[in-house]
Every structure is written in C-alpha cells, then in structure tokens.
Design a protein around this ligand. Structure first.
Ligand code: AMP
Ligand code: FE
Ligand code: FE
Ligand code: ZN
Length: 278
C-alpha cells in the first residue's frame, strides 16, 4: 500500500480539481492522499468527499510559505482541523498578501512594457491563493511568453525583474500555527531549499517530520534526509508535489510513499492529541 502526501489542486496553483486528483490516485491504486495547497485548505472538503467515495484515506493539509534567516522554506501541515479559527484567519491574511503581490508583479511587468492585466491573472487563477504559476500561465495565454519556463526565466524567478518578495511568517510561527490547528508540521522538499543547518532549530521548535521522498529528490537525497530523520527522531513523509500535468503527464503516482509511514504519522497525531503532550 502506498500514499502520495503532497498534492496541489486548483484551489492554489494546481490545475486539477480535487475530484480529478482522487481519480488519478485511484488509477494508481494509492491508499492515502493528502491535499497540500499553498496557504489554503479550501479544497479539503471536496477532496474528503471524493476520497470517501473512492475508498481512499484522506489527510487534510496545506503547504505554508515560511522563512528562516531570510530564506524561503515550505512547511507542510497534516491532519489540520480545517475549521480552526486561527488557521482560517492566518490563511486569509496570507491569501490577501498573495493577491496584492499579483498586482505588484503585474505592475512590474507593465513597467517593462509587458501588457498583462491583473484581472487576466485573477480570472485565470480563479482562487483565493494565487501565485507566480498563474502569472506565468496568463503570460503564455496572452502570447507574451512562449512557455511557463520562459515566463519564470525572464520575469518571475527570484531576483528577475517582475519578481516580488512575499511577506512570510517565520518558520517557528508556521509550526505553532499548524500545531494549534491539531496538525503535524513537516519540512517540505528540504533537498530543494538546502537549509539543513536550520533543522535542529526547527526540531527544537517542534518540527514533527521531514519530506524525504519528493519528485525532485534523487535517491541519494532521499537517503540523506532519511538519515537526518532518524538522527532527530522525525517522521518521514513523501509525495509527488503534483500541480497537474507536467510535460504532458500528471506527477501523482510517481512518488509512492510506503503506507507504513502514514501509520506512523497517525500514531504521532494521536499522541499529540493527548492533552498532556502539548
Ligand atoms: P509563489 O508561491 O507565488 O512564490 O510561487 C511558487 C510556485 O511556483 C511553486 O510552488 C511552484 O509551483 C512554482 N514554481 C517555482 N519556480 C518555478 C519555475 N522555475 N518554473 C515553474 N514553476 C515554478
Ligand atoms: Fe506550487
Ligand atoms: Fe513547495
Ligand atoms: Zn508543493
């Protein structure tokens, strides 16, 4: 039995509806799926219904954008109470930040004589948690860039002319936010951020796990983080980080997390829910 615990829907920068994700998960015979949209839990209700109908276990989640020592870091929250008041307030705040950032990025593009409108991006994104991929898609749709890669390379990558930094919560606040919403906090794709030196600090702050298996982790990278997880007694997660089609194929199913790791997550979650442990 296998799971995919890192999936994006059109409630953030993925292209699939929650139901489509579940249909693909069923096609690959996955036993458990987690939805981890950027700064949003909005798709979780529909995903839960679709998973139930498909006989797949569902874990409600989100991927929070945080920072530590000036570097961006993504934290995955699993088993979140999607109705938690503080979580809702914070996600709403960061969604507003994202919407304003889209306007700022479009203003930068306009200064460069790239005639894109913020409304075109919002219409395409059609979600509360828009991001750079939506700007990239809007640029391609308007014939202003030939590909998403070109849009990122020319304009949207960090330090490129239309890149705008995003207000982020600190990693410690993100861990706390996840915990107070009943969730487990997991460092996402550490192989992409290469900030291993901060892991001890995050562990002290209550980090519960590391995403060892990820589409962009080589077997050597996965092994490296499995060793770190063992060293710090952290949980192990993994997922495809599917955003829809990638080079004509969905990534869902390409990273198969052994279900034994999901069992361990569930044990940890039950322990965390016992009143004296937190
Ligand atoms: P944002 O949250 O708005 O900063 O956008 C980050 C998202 O953009 C990531 O989660 C990826 O989905 C996507 N992304 C980042 N870099 C690239 C890139 N070079 N090419 C395509 N997509 C990217
Ligand atoms: Fe994304
Ligand atoms: Fe991420
Ligand atoms: Zn992701």
């Amino acid at each position: 039995m296998f799971a995919d615990l890192h999936l994006h829907s059109h409630f953030s920068d993925g292209t699939y509806a929650p139901e489509e994700i579940v249909a693909h998960g069923a096609r690959f015979g996955l036993a458990a799926l987690a939805l981890t949209d950027h700064d949003s839990v909005e798709g979780c209700a529909r995903m839960a219904v679709a998973c139930e109908a498909a006989g797949i276990e569902f874990i409600p989640g989100a991927e929070l954008t945080a920072e530590q020592a000036g570097n961006e870091l993504h934290l995955l929250g699993y088993f979140l109470d999607t109705h938690n008041t503080k979580l809702f307030a914070e996600l709403t705040k960061f969604q507003t930040v994202r919407q304003n950032r889209i306007r700022e990025m479009v203003a930068q593009l306009n200064k460069l004589n790239v005639p894109l409108s913020a409304d075109a991006v919002f219409a395409l994104a059609n979600c509360r948690s828009p991001g750079r991929p939506h700007v990239a898609r809007a640029l391609v749709n308007a014939g202003l860039c030939r590909s998403l890669d070109e849009a990122f390379e020319r304009f949207l990558k960090k330090n490129r002319p239309a890149w705008v930094p995003k207000l982020k919560m600190s990693a410690l606040d993100a861990i706390e936010l996840i915990h107070q919403a009943g969730g487990l906090a997991v460092m996402a794709h550490p192989g992409l951020n290469r900030m291993d030196e901060i892991i001890p600090e995050l562990v002290d702050a209550g980090l519960d796990g590391i995403e060892c298996f990820h589409t962009k982790h080589s077997p050597a990278t996965a092994a490296r983080y499995l060793a770190l997880a063992a060293k710090f007694q952290l949980l192990v997660t993994g997922g495809s980080d599917c955003h829809g089609l990638s080079k004509g194929k969905p990534l869902i199913g390409t990273v198969k997390l052994d279900y034994a790791y999901v069992e361990k997550l569930k044990v940890a979650r039950r322990k965390a829910a016992e009143p004296l442990n937190r």
